[in-house]
Design a protein around this ligand. Structure first.
Ligand SMILES: O=C(O)CCC(=O)C(=O)O
Ligand SMILES: [Fe+2]
Length: 203
């Protein structure tokens, strides 16, 4: 874990984004996936909204995934274990990148077949407190034929963008600066399960 955290912080410092495989081990990923599937079956997921505060609205032409926000006051044992891992990421990013991260918010996400999330930035102009985006994929198996890649548009020094597609392979963690990396979820051909969260500079 120590080496992984070093790697995450140095990549964020230098490149504003990083992808690491096997951030969680297989039994832990499986357990999170099973917990999420149960919550889906209990009808707890809702079509995701875009915008924030009073501007929040469901716009399925922009994003068509379903989410369930985690309640910081009422985490399951597994969710707490995940939050603790993220707390370690937060600590190292504060120590090495001086990001002043104080809290975490996150949701489970489910992209049904055919769903997507069009290009966007995770930081809202009105609420600029999301500083770092963290995504953990929970899928059992994934190949390029399944679609559903996370497409990041990495800004280059010459003003152009480099496209980087990342498959949502189970156990894989993606971390990027919320205000700097535009991204989208390409239409998925298979149900796609993940946890998405944000480290924020407020409590
Ligand atoms: O699941 C992903 O790969 C990205 C999700 C995303 O962009 C978001 O929820 O803001
Ligand atoms: Fe996003």
């Amino acid at each position: 874990m120590e080496e992984l955290l070093d790697y995450i912080s140095s990549e964020i410092y230098q490149k504003s984004h990083v992808v690491v495989d096997d951030f969680v081990d297989r039994p832990f990923r499986k357990a999170l996936l099973e917990e999420q599937i149960q919550l889906v079956q209990q009808g707890k997921f809702k079509t995701a909204a875009v915008g924030t505060g009073g501007q929040k609205q469901v716009r399925t032409e922009i994003r068509s995934d379903e989410v369930l926000w985690m309640d910081a006051e009422d985490l399951s044992a597994l969710q707490s274990a995940f939050w603790e891992k993220i707390a370690e990421v937060r600590k190292v990013l504060n120590q090495r990148c001086f990001l002043g991260l104080r809290s975490f918010e996150g949701h489970f996400a489910r992209y049904p077949i055919g769903s997507f999330y069009k290009r966007h930035l995770d930081q809202f102009h009105a609420v600029p407190h999301r500083v770092v985006t963290v995504i953990l994929y929970l899928n059992d198996s994934w190949t390029s034929e399944d679609g559903g890649a996370l497409r990041m548009y990495i800004p280059q020094d010459d003003g152009s963008e480099l496209i980087e597609d990342v498959l949502p392979i189970g156990g894989r963690l993606v971390v990027f600066l919320s205000g700097e990396i535009p991204h989208e979820v390409m239409p998925t051909k298979k149900e796609r399960i993940s946890i998405t969260g944000w480290l924020r500079d407020i409590d």
